[in-house]
Design a protein around this ligand. Structure first.
Ligand SMILES: Cc1cc2nc3c(=O)[nH]c(=O)nc-3n(C[C@H](O)[C@H](O)[C@H](O)COP(=O)(O)O)c2cc1C
Length: 178
């Protein structure tokens, strides 16, 4: 079984990014399980003093990710940057050697949110993760009000989302570069 952890950069209840990741969970092919991590908003503020002996919620997140084969990220852009709460979560993972070079899909839900997407690619690459270009499409669902069932039923959303998941799964098996 291939395990992928889905991380949303938005804490918003009706977030398009989180909804897209819920659709991804529903579209996981046979032999693949996609788990949406919903604890980003509960993580304490990152403090390097606690890196070696992190709080329980951080240990849980690190454990989930280190047991996973790959990661799917979808995040909004706030003022041309990565949302603070999400950057905080990523900061807890920077020094986490056991995560290795995780293959990661960066799905952009807004064609105009290019700054955050570029920053995210830079951040996760700096963390040592491997951004899989073929698993990182723009799927423009931001601000459209779709629920997950709509996304699954919509070929223009589900098609590229399925392709991205398959590309990420392939990367987990072949360790290919983007
Ligand atoms: C505080 C704030 C700042 C934003 N800044 C940008 C921005 O710089 N560029 C952009 O394309 N969208 C920006 N947006 C729009 C969000 O990225 C967009 O609404 C996105 O769909 C929200 O994602 P979500 O539905 O997953 O919460 C901003 C939204 C908020 C609330």
């Amino acid at each position: 079984m291939t395990i992928l952890i889905a991380l949303s950069g938005s804490l918003r209840r009706d977030s398009a990014n989180t909804t897209l990741l819920r659709a991804a969970c529903a579209l996981a092919p046979a032999g693949v399980r996609i788990v949406l991590y919903e604890g980003v908003g509960q993580l304490p503020f990152f403090n390097p003093d606690s890196e070696a002996d992190p709080p329980p919620l951080v240990r849980e997140l690190r454990g989930l990710l280190s047991a996973a084969d790959g990661v799917i990220v979808a995040s909004p852009e706030y003022a041309h940057g990565v949302p603070g709460a999400f950057k905080n979560a990523l900061d807890w993972l920077v020094g986490c050697a056991e995560l290795g070079s995780k293959p990661v899909a960066l799905i952009n839900t807004s064609a105009r949110a290019l700054h955050a997407q570029a920053a995210l690619a830079d951040i996760v690459t700096t963390m040592g993760w491997n951004v899989i270009a073929t698993a990182s499409p723009v799927i423009a669902v931001a601000n459209k009000g779709f629920d997950a069932a709509c996304m699954v039923a919509d070929a223009e959303v589900a098609g590229p989302l399925r392709t991205a998941i398959e590309a990420l799964v392939l990367a987990t098996r072949t360790e290919c570069s983007p």
